[in-house]
Write a protein that binds this ligand. Sequence first.
Ligand code: SF4
Ligand code: SF4
Length: 133
Amino acid sequence: MSEIERIFKCRRCGFCCQGETTVSLDGDDRQRMILALNLSEDQVRAGYWRETGRCVQMKTVNGHCILYQDGCLVHAGRPWRCGQWPLHPSILADELNFQIIADSCPGINAELGYEEFCRILRRVMAEREKVCC
Ligand code: SF4
Ligand code: SF4
């Protein structure tokens, strides 16, 4: 079992893809998504992105990310913030953040307790520039 698997195992519940807003996309995210969808930038822009000023997010439909259909349609090319979830660094700053995230993600192994969870998460983060689950 890997270090990440000790603290998190995705249950594929899709809860983190629900809501009326999504994560914002940086330039690398946009290029990866274009490649993953195998469409032109104009097609992806028109079909999947919501642009507010300089902020680009995925559109939502029926209360979830437009790319969610019983799983992520661009899993390999998903935005890095989607890949990082739920191992967000704010967990290390405050136990309340840990509880809020654990309550919204059934994949979190909350049984470890906050201190042990953070010990493992720190080790995982020390090994990688960007944590991707
Ligand atoms: S990351 Fe958490 S909330 Fe999202 S699908 Fe996996 S288990 Fe569910
Ligand atoms: S891009 Fe994929 S992982 Fe991210 S919110 Fe949309 S469906 Fe979920």
